[in-house]
Design a protein around this ligand. Structure first.
Ligand SMILES: Cc1ncc(COP(=O)(O)O)c(C=O)c1O
Length: 415
């Protein structure tokens, strides 16, 4: 499981090889021994192995918008084939600044406050490497998108987890305890990572919740790093609010976003970090030496994508609403208790009805014997026991893919 060991000492060491040339040498870093490979990506490999319907990893199995694909083709044909400016092609940075103005009312300087990266994944790790020192703590709500744990370890920070608690009834919301959150803030806290709309819970943080977090950030002089990659995937009248748009937060927020989810191009690897100039300079330095830059022609396509009409975004959200409402009844009928998502494209479920000792054995049964791949809940928690009766389904799939999964799930037996 993608588990992060929080002990700061060296990780477990294997037996030294008996080969004389490597006797006594240990070639791996201590950091890398403190976490494992991604469970989510491993489940995709298992899905391929067993010919299962992949409702594990969050990538669409349908086409990206034609205009965006044409823009990429034109960029390649027009010889946009060399390095872009390391912190991002001007057209894309201008488009990001323009759209953050339209959507969040923020005025940005595209020359000084935006760094385009290889996906929001790189934007997050570059940000953490740019701001963290050994001994710094980073608050993370859990369950959390599994990258955040290893990101914290790689950057030398120590993650500190605050629980999101599932709703008691089907229509309720995931919530956190205000006192528990306050206790997590202290003089070692450098940053809080926030992901709204949230993976895996589907929670969309409310204005009141964000203001509470804002007040704590101001009181304890803490940076907010917000992953807003699902900002356009919202249901049931919920509203996405950027932390950077709240009073007092513009100067202490890094907003992370990307093309992957909004334009169904997870393989293109284009994302970005928006931050005040001083922090942007630091992120740009890390980014430059990590990857130099994101794919140049696809950045041009990104500029075109950000110019799509408001109808595109409304249709995107409506399409995912229909998929959510397609999959959830099938899951409920099969015996899962679903926690209704208000945003993003995942549904967390409770699997207690099936009588399995843990989520991993259940997920293995599901992928091998039933033919549906999911992500075991434990991969979203620091303590695997917290997710031992949960699995997550992704519904960013064609209706026929969801139908096939639903058909296979009827073979599941409750105990
Ligand atoms: C919350 C969250 N952030 C980031 C990512 C990865 O985004 P990107 O493809 O831009 O690296 C994902 C993908 O599942 C995600 O769920």
């Amino acid at each position: 499981m993608s588990k992060v060991q929080l002990a700061s000492g060296p990780g477990p060491r294997g037996n030294p090889s008996r080969h004389p040339s490597s006797r006594g040498k240990h070639f791996l870093s201590d950091k890398v021994e403190r976490f494992t490979e991604s469970v989510i990506r491993e489940m995709t490999r298992q899905a391929m192995l067993y010919g299962a319907v992949n409702l594990a990893q969050g990538f669409p199995d349908f086409s990206a918008p034609a205009e965006v694909k044409i823009a990429a083709q034109q960029a390649v044909a027009g010889d946009v084939n060399q390095y872009a400016i390391t912190w991002g092609a001007k057209n894309l940075r201008n488009a990001i600044a323009r759209q953050m103005g339209v959507w969040q009312g923020l005025t940005l300087d595209p020359e000084k406050e935006i760094t385009v990266c290889c996906g929001s994944t790189e934007a997050m790790i570059s940000t953490l490497l740019a701001v963290s020192n050994a001994g710094d703590e980073v608050i993370v709500f859990e369950p959390f998108y599994e990258n955040y744990g290893p990101d914290a370890v790689l950057s030398g920070a120590r993650p500190r987890f605050v629980k999101l608690r599932p709703p008691k009834d089907n229509g309720g919301e995931w919530t956190f305890d205000e006192k528990e959150l306050r206790r997590a803030f202290d003089k070692h806290t450098k940053a809080i990572i926030l992901n709204t709309p949230n993976n895996p819970t589907g929670k969309v943080f409310t204005r009141a919740e964000l203001e509470l977090i804002r007040d704590l950030c101001l009181e304890f002089d803490v940076l907010a790093i917000t992953d807003e990659i699902y900002e356009h995937i919202l249901y049931d009248g919920t509203e996405h609010i950027s932390m950077a748009a709240l009073d007092g937060m513009r100067e202490r927020t890094v907003t992370i976003n990307g093309m992957s989810k909004t334009y169904s191009v997870t393989g293109w690897r284009v994302g970005w970090a928006v931050a005040p100039e001083k922090i942007t300079n630091a992120i740009r330095k890390v980014h430059d030496f990590l990857t130099v830059g994101a794919p140049a022609p696809l950045q041009e396509a990104g500029a075109a994508a950000l110019g799509l009409s408001p109808e595109y975004y409304a249709k995107l959200a409506e399409g995912y609403r229909a998929r959510r409402d397609h999959l959830m009844p099938a899951l409920t009928a099969a015996g899962f208790k679903c926690f209704r998502p208000r945003g993003a494209y995942y549904v967390m479920t409770d699997i207690s009805a099936f009588g399995f000792k843990d989520d991993v054995s259940f997920a293995k049964h599901l992928v091998r014997d039933i033919g549906v791949a999911t992500v075991p809940g434990s991969s979203f928690y620091n303590d695997p026991r917290d997710g031992a009766q949960q699995v997550r389904f992704a519904f960013c799939k064609k209706p026929e893919t969801l139908d096939e999964a639903a058909r296979r799930l009827t073979r599941l037996r409750r105990h």
